[in-house]
Design a protein around this ligand. Sequence first.
Ligand code: A2P
Length: 276
Amino acid sequence: MAAHLQDQTKLSNGVGMPWLGLGVWQAKDGEEVVNSVKWALQSGYRSIDTAAVYDNEEGVGQGIKESGVSREEIFLTSKVWNSDQGYESTLQAFETSLKKLDTDYLDLYLIHWAVKDKYKETWRALETLYKEGKVRAIGVCNFQTHHLDDLMADCEIKPMVNQVELHPKLSQKELREYCRENNIQIEAWSPLGQGKLLQLPLLNEMADKYGKTAAQVILRWDLQNGIVTIPKSVHQDRIVQNADVFDFSLTDEEMAAIEGLNEDDRIGPDPDHFDF
Ligand code: A2P
């Protein structure tokens, strides 16, 4: 169990990945994302999660530079977008991401969505990048158990991470169990349900009990469940608040009560039916 902001989970290949990082989906390139990344790193975050399609990789790179934190201390994730899937195009997309981020390696490179008839070819490119030492770990996003079964039946290197929509209204219990059994680290995108879950009375009752906020209760629930989590914020006070979750513990009853909020309710696209 993570005790500090910089504590890491060990991925299946032995690489350490911080349990908590900053997500930057919908953070605008330029000042907004530069500041968010800088504030996060300066307040102790060591993991930043971006993607080619977020269109803010340049700002992320600039924020890292301006933070004064050395690149080697940071766990940097990006993702190959759907239109770039396929072997050669993925290799190219990776180089483009490196250039924009102004770095010469990534810590984690992920397939953004399981594009049918493409993701296996894409995976082969990720395996190449991994073997060449250009990326320290590789994984997927938005893969259901059947996608993982299909990929793992036909790959050389197993995915180390699966990043999916996961929050109290979509607790992904079955997928979490599958990933645990297969030594794939599960990671939550939109852990706060894009901020839409923060009014839930149950979470606010618990928050009041601990002198915390509903956001902090959710993030603590992630950590106690062994889920890597990457809340997004572009506000300094919230960035700091979201990382201040290491000084209280939810009881087993509270953990179960939060799990009980699950309604298999997605905010984002369905990984089996998306058209982009
Ligand atoms: P903002 O970036 O304006 O701070 P998720 O990570 O689940 O997608 O949630 C991100 C959303 O939740 C964003 O709209 C973000 O807004 C908001 N948010 C992030 N942290 C907090 C917080 N501690 N309290 C309230 N809202 C937050």
